[in-house]
Design a protein around this ligand. Structure first.
Ligand SMILES: *[C@@H]1O[C@H](CO)[C@@H](O)[C@H](O)[C@H]1NC(C)=O
Length: 439
């Protein structure tokens, strides 16, 4: 009886919580014109979507309790099949925020806090005014990195502010954009010319130089990370779009050895002391644990170690000799730039095949680790069906002796399922390239 009561209580909690997340169908596109929506695109066969479900409900509940104007929904793309290709969904769960005519992809960690932060940032104005010294200081204390357009909208530089708004719309998914007048800036900021665009990071600021830095948007793209920071798989993934090499100290933060502290210090020093030499070629950082890197290079890196990654092609370079001093590190980084250090890995055909196998293997392993029951169900089901068919064929009256036992009737079942999944994938990639061509 007690158990029954608990179950009823639990069910009613679930019912209440799920009230914050609306199950959508293809008609949801009609709402998008007038309302802000944060939508999860999921597929019932995606194990991770199940793990993610409670987080998504918490996101819905929290946004509601904050009084956010953003509605939270989810849509089953296997039921509403045209949605996956229309919205260019390539992995599950996919999260998008819809705001007027625009949609913004969420690519960060799938935690409640990170998603809420993203939602509040992107659903608000793309460029926010900082109207007082206090407000400026408050914002600086809360963010590691912000972009600021400084100065009035002078007639001659009107193209700069237009470019700034355009870039802000593109990069608001990653970071914050503000406008401010000169008076609200800290006294340490000195400007040659107004208007100006600055990035405040690394405890200092850097100004955009129209003549040296190329167009504003690509400068913002290059500067949108702190010079040196702790990376995770999500930030590393973004480095592919940055067209910079990544110089990384791979360390074990739980048992930091003297050597790993030295590696981190060297990296950090390089990122600031040699900023002007390397800012367009390298992004610096450190990573806790070697699991992700091992997956990337399909091998095992020692901890601690220093590695250079080309995330565009999944290539990497390891130093041949031990790195003791900053000169050693400089030599290594330069040897990668001048091509004398050999880049390994990459996305050639063989590497690609090897990586697919490696990924499939680790996905299955982690599926069993994260959701053993569900995984047994997923992998067990086809096996079970084959088993049943074999059993059925064997026990059936053998009307036709020539027929091979089992196998044959079972395979169409498997084929149908297998093909379905593949069809869905190729369909959405086709549509992706079409969409790209269109814009
Ligand atoms: C990564 O490798 C590709 C292919 O070799 C190269 O074209 C690209 O410039 C490299 N990226 C960086 C940031 O060096």
């Amino acid at each position: 009886m007690r158990h029954l009561l608990n179950v009823t209580a639990l069910l009613s909690v679930i019912a209440v919580v799920s009230g914050y997340v609306e199950e959508l169908d293809d008609k949801f596109k009609d709402y998008l014109k007038h309302e802000l929506w944060l939508v999860e695109f999921y597929a019932p066969w995606c194990a991770y979507c199940h793990t993610f479900e409670p987080v998504w409900h918490e996101v819905g509940a929290e946004l509601k309790s904050m009084g956010s104007p953003v509605n939270v929904g989810k849509i089953d793309t296997t039921v509403h099949t045209s949605i996956a290709s229309e919205f260019n969904i390539r992995g599950y769960p996919a999260i998008k925020l819809f705001k007027g005519e625009l949609s913004f992809d969420y690519k960060g960690p799938r935690t409640k806090d990170a998603i809420i932060e993203f939602t509040n940032r992107v659903s608000g104005p793309v460029v926010r005014p900082l109207s007082s010294v206090q407000l400026f200081q408050h914002v600086m204390s809360r963010h590691d990195l912000i972009f600021v357009y400084i100065g009035g909208e002078s007639y001659l530089k009107v193209n700069i502010i237009r470019e700034y708004y355009k870039a802000a719309t593109e990069y608001i998914v990653h970071t914050y954009f503000f406008t401010a007048s000169e008076e609200v800036l800290p006294k340490t900021v000195t400007l040659q010319d107004v208007p100006a665009v600055a990035v405040f990071k690394d405890g200092t600021y850097y100004l955009y130089n129209e003549f040296l830095d190329g167009d504003l948007s690509s400068w913002i793209n290059r500067e949108r990370f702190p010079s040196y920071f702790q990376m995770d798989s999500f930030s590393l993934y973004q480095m592919g779009e940055l067209s910079k090499l990544v110089a990384l100290a791979v360390v074990d933060e739980k048992n930091p050895s003297e050597e790993s502290i030295r590696y981190k210090t060297l990296m950090e020093r390089l990122s600031t002391e040699y900023r002007d030499n390397y800012k367009s070629d390298y992004q610096f950082g450190f990573m806790d644990g070697n699991e992700y890197i091992n997956g990337l290079i399909m091998g095992e890196v020692e901890m601690p170690s220093i590695i250079v990654l080309n995330m565009t092609i999944d290539g990497y370079c390891l130093p041949e000799n031990k790195i003791e001093t900053i000169e050693d590190l400089l030599r290594f980084l330069n040897s990668v730039l001048d091509g004398s250090a050999k880049l390994q890995g990459g996305n050639g055909f063989l590497q690609h095949a090897k990586r697919s196998l490696y990924k499939a293997k680790s996905t299955v392993v982690s599926m069993f680790q994260e959701a053993p029951f569900f995984s047994c169900f997923v992998f067990g089901l086809p096996v079970g069906i084959v088993g049943l068919v074999i059993w059925g064929t064997c026990t059936a009256v053998p009307a036709d002796d020539d027929k091979p036992v089992g196998g044959a009737p079972a395979s169409p079942v498997l084929d149908a399922d297998g093909k379905k999944a593949i069809e869905l994938q190729s369909d959405s990639t086709d549509k992706t390239s079409e969409a790209k061509k269109e814009d």
